[in-house]
Design a protein around this ligand. Structure first.
Ligand SMILES: [Zn+2]
Length: 127
């Protein structure tokens, strides 16, 4: 008597059902569900809420440092003029546009505040 054993995997019904289930599973994963998209949007929103204020703060700090550097450069160039000529500039508007001392043009406050000269010194200001 031949020993014939039909396992579950050899069953024609099993094969058809298995193929059908695979097809359903493949068709199901064509896109994201609304819940998945909402979760992604919420995560991105949380990251943006953390990152944007830090970027804004660092931009403000950079502008503040640029302004302080401008004041230091202007005062140092005033001293350079004094060392070269033995006198402080008579007209600071003309001096700040003098290409010998300011080859890149008159320094401008990044916040738009005007620089004020008092007693031959550019006074630092806050914004
Ligand atoms: Zn400034």
């Amino acid at each position: 008597m031949p020993n014939i054993s039909y396992g579950l995997r050899d069953n024609i019904v099993y094969k058809k059902l298995s193929a059908h289930l695979k097809e359903i599973a493949m068709n199901r994963r064509k896109g994201f569900t609304l819940i998945e998209l909402l979760i992604v949007v919420l995560i991105l929103g949380a990251l943006a809420a953390i990152a944007i204020p830090k970027i804004a703060t660092s931009t403000s700090t950079a502008k503040d440092n640029a302004c302080k550097t401008n004041v230091d450069i202007m005062n140092s160039q005033i001293e350079m003029y004094y060392a070269n000529t033995g006198a402080y500039p008579a007209d600071y508007d003309a001096f700040f546009t003098n290409a010998t001392y300011f080859p890149e043009g008159r320094p401008v406050c990044p916040f738009g505040t005007a620089y004020v000269v008092t007693s031959d010194r550019v006074v630092s200001h806050s914004h």
